[in-house]
Design a protein. Structure first.
Length: 183
């Protein structure tokens, strides 16, 4: 009986080792499957974004046609279906006149100074912005109306106050080999 106990204990130890190994391999495989699933979703999202980004010029052309006025019924129907289908895959349009300017979502093409304004607003939408989910495909191109920018503090600059040319590594300035024009 003494002999069977050590053998039984040895078998129990081996069984516990193999069970732990099997659990470890199963956990690694589960993690691998989850990572593959995440990678596939990421590739799918990137592919969709690339297709949608390639269609933005088409949407710009549709918007330009709408701004011109009367669209033929066939073109209007095509534009409506295109916008509906792109919306169904998650493409969202943004950029409305009167909304606050956000440099993360808007590209200011023109800035109009309005002394009475307390913050910059989008006053004209030159082209809409597009996003899929939280991912920005293209910022809205806008005209911004707002207060004048604060004056630049010339004394705080590290560069030269001369306009003779760019500063070189040695601190001198260069005109790039060109003679400045007389004013």
């Amino acid at each position: 009986m003494d002999r069977s106990r050590p053998q039984s204990a040895e078998l129990r130890r081996l069984l516990d080792e193999r069970t732990a190994d099997l659990q470890r391999v199963k956990a690694e495989y589960d993690n691998y499957r989850k990572q593959v699933r995440r990678d596939r979703m990421a590739v799918r999202e990137i592919a969709a974004e690339n297709v949608l980004r390639a269609l933005l010029p088409v949407l710009d052309a549709v918007e330009a046609a709408r701004r011109q006025g009367d669209m033929p019924p066939g073109l209007k129907a095509l534009a409506d279906v295109l916008e509906t289908q792109l919306g169904s895959v998650g493409l969202r349009t943004f950029g409305q006149e009167g909304e606050p300017f956000d440099p993360h979502r808007h590209e200011a093409v023109t800035h109009v100074v309005a002394p009475h304004a307390d913050r910059p607003l989008c006053t004209e939408i030159l082209s809409h912005g597009y996003q899929v989910g939280e991912r920005l495909l293209r910022p809205a191109r806008v005209t911004v109306t707002g207060p004048a920018p604060p004056p630049a503090d010339v004394s705080a600059t590290d560069g030269p106050t001369s306009t003779d040319g760019p500063t070189l590594v040695d601190g001198s300035t260069s005109t790039g080999g060109l003679t400045p024009l007389a004013e």
